[in-house]
Design a protein around this ligand. Structure first.
Ligand SMILES: N[C@@H](CCC(=O)N[C@@H](CS)C(=O)NCC(=O)O)C(=O)O
Length: 216
C-alpha cells in the first residue's frame, strides 16, 4: 500500500493511526502541500480534489477522504474493531468523528487559508484569530457532548478506541502544531492523553514525521 501523505496534516494522521492500530504498513509518499505539490498534475491524477491523504492499494483505484479510508480499513481488517458492534453506538461514534473531521478540520486547511488571505484580506493575525475560533468551537462542541454522556468512557465511546478518538486526536495534534491551546476541555484533554499513551498515536504525531520542522 502507498499512503500519499504530508507530515503536518490531520487527515493523514488519521490514516496513519488506523493503519498502525490494524498492524498494517504503507509506504509513505510525501506530497508537499506547502510547496503546492498537491495541485500538480501528477498528484491530481491520484486525487483530482487536490487533497491528501490518498491510499493506494495495489491493483485498485486510489482511496481518498480519511473517514472513508478508516471505514475501509475497518471493514477489510476487522480486528481491532474501530466501530462499536451496535447501530446506536456506531451512529454516536460517527457523529463524534464528524464533529472533528467534517465540522472542524475543514475550516483550517490550506485552501481556506489561501482564500482568506488572497480574497478576503486576512493578514497573519486575522488568520490566527480564525484558527483559534474554529479550533475552540470544535473542541468546545465535542467537550459538551462527551463530558456528561454515560456512553463516554476511557475513550470517546466506552473503553475501546474508535474512529471518534482518532478524529479527536487528529485535530488536537494539528492544533498543537499551530500552538493553539484551548482551555476548559478536561474530557477532551483526558481522552487525548489516553490516546497518546498508545504507540499508534504517538508514532503518527505530526512532529515526529519526516519533513517536520518542529512547531510552526
Ligand atoms: N475531508 C478530507 C480532508 C482532506 C484535506 O483537506 N487534506 C488537507 C491536508 S489535512 C489538504 O490536502 N489540503 C490541501 C489544501 O487545502 O489545499 C479528509 O478527511 O481526507
Amino acid at each position: 500500500m502507498t499512503l500519499y501523505a504530508y507530515w503536518r496534516t490531520s487527515a493523514t494522521y488519521r490514516v496513519r493511526v488506523a493503519l498502525a492500530l490494524k498492524g498494517l504498513a504503507a509506504e509513505e509518499r510525501l506530497v508537499d502541500i506547502d510547496g503546492g505539490e498537491h495541485l500538480r498534475p501528477e498528484f491530481l491524477a491520484i486525487n483530482p480534489q487536490g487533497a491528501i491523504p490518498a491510499l493506494v492499494v495495489e491493483g485498485h483505484a486510489p482511496l481518498t477522504q480519511s473517514l472513508a479510508i478508516l471505514e475501509f480499513l475497518d471493514e477489510q481488517h476487522p480486528e481491532p474493531a474501530l466501530l462499536p458492534a451496535d447501530a446506536y453506538g456506531r451512529a454516536r461514534v460517527r457523529s463524534l468523528a464528524a464533529t472533528m473531521a467534517s465540522d472542524t478540520h475543514p475550516l483550517i486547511v490550506p485552501r481556506v487559508r489561501k482564500y482568506l488571505k488572497e480574497a478576503a484580506g486576512f493578514d497573519d493575525a486575522a488568520w490566527r484569530a480564525w484558527q483559534t475560533q474554529w479550533f475552540t468551537r470544535g473542541f468546545t462542541d465535542i467537550e459538551a457532548r462527551l463530558r456528561d454522556d454515560p456512553a463516554t468512557g476511557r475513550f470517546c465511546h466506552g473503553n475501546s478506541l474508535t474512529i471518534a478518538d482518532i478524529c479527536l486526536a487528529s485535530v488536537e495534534a494539528v492544533a498543537r502544531v499551530f500552538r493553539i491551546k484551548v482551555d476548559n476541555i478536561p474530557t477532551v484533554d483526558r481522552i487525548v492523553a489516553e490516546c497518546n499513551r498508545h504507540d499508534p498515536f504517538s508514532r503518527a504525531d505530526p512532529l515526529v514525521q519526516v519533513g517536520a520542522p518542529g512547531p510552526v
